[in-house]
Ligand binder design. Structure first.
Ligand code: ADP
Ligand code: ZN
Ligand code: ZN
Length: 749
């Protein structure tokens, strides 16, 4: 999160921040006067700004320029040109790029995002531009991969005869597009001169590099998969939404690959979004092996240089695939032909700080702007997507069998009431793991809590050791002998006496992954136990090295957080165990049951992928819970239908729209006063249900008190109007208070 000072810049937003927008989403008024003004967006929380165009120097929208902003000179992007009164305007400093870096469809997407998420366009741009493009003043050139003759080229033979090098290149393009690399091999590096001359004359143009071959290996498709691929391929060239519902292991990836191949063959680009933890080396290798096209990667593991490279690669007109996490939805991709979203329900598509966007929702808009199909794939679609599908927004494609023929695992509840628990593990659970070990197979145990124990308690006075900056207890991490706060990062060495009564009688309470790891090691001596969570995999390649310690022909146990639930083809796993099921059943968050079912189904997909059937055990104190019964007896779809009707009755998303207006600051009274004043000073339509001010689930975090208003409406427009009104009234934020809006919040924590 930014500092309070940076947040103060938000005062610049206000209704006027959006009045300049949209430029691109609505067709511009035809301008008869030559443009004199450049509308420039700088990557900072500001609205678009007007500057005077330099005389005679052409600037294309989408190019970067240097502009004066207060006392500084900053890099911005030309958004649009217009005519008008220039008397009060400062001139553009310098034009940095010769060609547009941001294609029109991307700028239109950013505009849409700014308006939908009521965020200044500059902040949206800051998220979209890689750091180097925001900083460097050097021109950024997008490499041109290939050239072809223009269909409308009018050639004057006398001119070509006078330019023998241009003539030679012109003739070389007779049979279709040629890659720049291949032209260089034929004519030498100086081929760029005749190419430029021919392009200036309108004889040739840049285009996607021709793909040499179709594919190295044909992609295996069963009947369901063929049907799905045919539907998607048939839709290439137009906007259409698909929901690919396929149980885990049903071969969704092969459908993505075959559809991607078809788009590549058309010379188009493919954007594939994957959840953060899904982008494993295994998965990438599988994609690269199957496709005979460049595969670019954009994810959080890259350094600034690598990020810039992938981003620039995506700016080229080339037939290629870009695989990335959330922010890849903002890659340039001027030639986009297909969007694929794997595990569309995954929570990591939602950005939870700064500019709070949802990559899946923006990807749908992007597909519409690029006029291409989009495929949302999942074994457990989100309720939002299921509801939209019910309304007819999606063509549904189903994959109902495991592609390898493996049998779907059996899910059972393990009633642990009244049983003696060993560090949270019941005797029948230990027996089940023992059987797996006897068969020299692997078991996975899931627990969504890292560390050794979430609570350290004084046995004499009952004090729980809390974080000095948050309303939360500290988690004991035995591996590095520290107490850590999982909310603010605070850490301190072991405490040996109670801070309140000085007693030495301190106990650890509850279980985290470290504690289960130890318990399993004690119960199964000699069997490798691998722990997979954020702590154990912090180092690069940590996860891979850990997984490598498990051998195919020897027993093994994995214990981890949901990091383990995706991506790794753990084909020796025949038992999967979920420990804290009850947390998901009884959470205050109305989305918890949806997430729990998604986790259970995902985990079930981890078991029995190989030639042996698998089991899933849910350890619970509530074996008769109707949600668990529905999921087990009737499956995810029935469960989701049940949740949907519950949400309809309660008027919750996706049947209503939510937005949060949260304020935070060190002085709680000031925060509350700000929120109350803002709400009483803003006229809000009676159809907006306003709840609050409510404390965030974690009321104090990192020394900030956090309170919020929840806005709930039946229609988007009403919500937008209410937010616009609030934002323009919030311009005068007191010092020490910062605030933000979260449209479609995914949690209230
Ligand atoms: P999902 O993404 O739906 O969970 P995957 O795409 O990972 O499933 O496929 C599961 C396994 O099935 C993979 O090992 C894949 O190679 C294999 N597979 C997919 N489609 C076929 C097919 N048509 N014939 C044989 N094997 C297939
Ligand atoms: Zn005490
Ligand atoms: Zn803390």
């Amino acid at each position: 999160m930014g500092s309070v000072d940076a947040a103060d810049l938000r005062c610049h937003r206000g209704a006027s921040a959006y009045s300049l927008l949209p430029f691109l989403l609505t067709a511009p008024v035809t301008e008869f006067d030559p443009p004199t003004i450049a509308v420039v967006v700088v990557p900072a929380p500001l609205k678009a700004l007007d500057y005077l165009l330099p005389d005679g120097q052409p600037v294309a929208p989408g190019c970067r320029v240097e502009v004066p902003l207060g006392p500084r000179r900053v890099v911005g992007v030309v958004w649009a040109l217009k005519a008008g009164d220039t008397s009060a305007l400062k001139p553009i400093g310098r034009v940095l790029d010769a060609e547009a870096l941001l294609p029109t469809s991307l700028r239109a997407l950013l505009e849409f995002a700014a308006s939908y998420y009521v965020t200044p366009i500059g902040e949206v741009l800051r998220t979209a531009l890689p750091p180097q493009a925001r900083a460097t003043r050097a021109p950024i050139r997008v490499a041109t991969p290939a050239f072809r003759r223009r269909d409308d080229a009018v050639i004057d033979p006398s001119w070509l005869r006078r330019a023998p090098r241009q003539l030679a290149v012109w003739l070389a393009l007779a049979d279709g597009p040629r890659a720049l690399e291949s032209l260089k091999r034929q004519f030498g590096d100086t081929v760029s001169e005749p190419l430029r001359a021919l392009a200036t004359r309108g004889a040739i143009e840049a285009c996607a590099a021709p793909l040499d071959a179709v594919s190295r290996t044909p992609i295996a498709l069963n009947a369901d998969q063929q049907h799905a691929v045919a539907a998607i391929v048939g839709a290439l060239g137009g906007f259409q939404r698909f929901l690919l519902e396929g149980i885990t292991g049903s071969g969704k990836t092969n459908v993505y690959l075959a559809a991607a191949q078809a788009a590549l063959k058309r010379g188009q680009q493919v954007l594939m979004l994957v959840p953060e933890i899904g982008l494993t080396p295994q998965f990438l290798a599988r994609i690269e092996a199957a496709l005979d096209a460049p595969v670019l990667k954009l994810h959080s593991g890259l350094n600034d240089g690598e990020r810039q490279q992938s981003w620039l690669g995506a700016a080229q007109h080339a037939a290629q695939v870009l695989i990335g996490t959330r922010s890849a939805v903002f890659a340039p991709l001027p030639n986009l032909g297909l969007i694929l979203i794997d595990e569309e329900h995954d929570g990591s598509y939602k950005q939870r700080d700064g500019f709070r966007y949802h990559a899946r929702d923006l990807a749908i808009k992007r597909a519409q702007l690029a006029n291409c199909p989009i495929v949302l794939g999942s074994a457990t679609p989100s309720l939002e997507t299921l509801r939209a599908a019910e309304l007819g927004a999606y063509q549904r494609l189903r994959l109902s069998l495991r592609a390898t023929g493996a049998i779907a695992p059996e899910i059972r509840v393990l009633d642990c009431r009244a049983l003696k628990l060993h560090e949270g593990l019941s005797p029948p659970l230990l027996t089940a793991i023992e059987r797996v070990i006897e068969r020299r197979e692997h078991a996975i145990v899931f627990l969504n809590r890292r560390g050794f124990a979430p609570v350290v308690l004084c046995h004499d006075c009952g004090e729980r050791i809390g974080c000095p900056s948050c309303d939360a207890t500290l988690t004991w991490h035995q591996a590095d002998a520290r107490l850590r706060c999982h909310h603010c990062g605070y850490a301190c060495p072991k405490i040996d006496h109670c801070p309140k009564c000085a007693s030495l009688n301190l106990l650890t309470q509850g279980e985290g992954t470290e504690r289960i790891e130890q318990a399993l090691q004690r119960s199964f001596p000699g069997v490798p136990v691998v722990r997979v969570d954020r702590d154990s995999t912090a180092r690069k390649d940590g996860l891979k090295r850990q997984l490598d310690t498990l051998k195919d022909d020897a027993p093994g146990i994995l214990i981890g957080t949901q990091m383990l639930a995706k991506g790794h083809d753990l084909h020796r796993v025949t038992l999967a165990v979920i420990l804290n099921v009850d947390q998901g059943l009884f959470s205050a968050d109305f989305r918890a049951p949806e997430r729990l079912a998604q986790l259970i189904v995902q985990v079930a997909g981890r078991a029995g992928r190989g030639d042996r059937p698998g089991h899933v055990l849910l350890q619970t104190h509530h074996p008769q819970h109707p949600l668990l019964r529905t999921l087990i007896e009737r499956g995810y779809r029935a469960y989701a239908d049940g949740l949907l009707s519950e949400r309809r009755e309660l008027g919750l998303p996706p049947y209503a729209h939510h937005a949060l207006l949260r304020a935070e600051g060190r002085n709680e009274a000031q925060v509350l006063e700000f929120l109350n004043q803002l709400m009483s000073a803003t006229p809000i339509a009676p159809s907006v249900r306003v709840l609050g001010p409510l404390p965030a689930t974690l009321k104090r975090r990192a020394d900030l008190y956090r309170w919020q208003w929840l806005l709930e409406t039946d229609t988007r427009t009403v919500l937008r109007d209410a937010l616009d009104a609030l934002i323009s009234n919030a311009a005068a934020t007191p010092r020490g208070v910062r605030w933000f809006v979260d449209v479609d919040p995914q949690d209230l924590s």
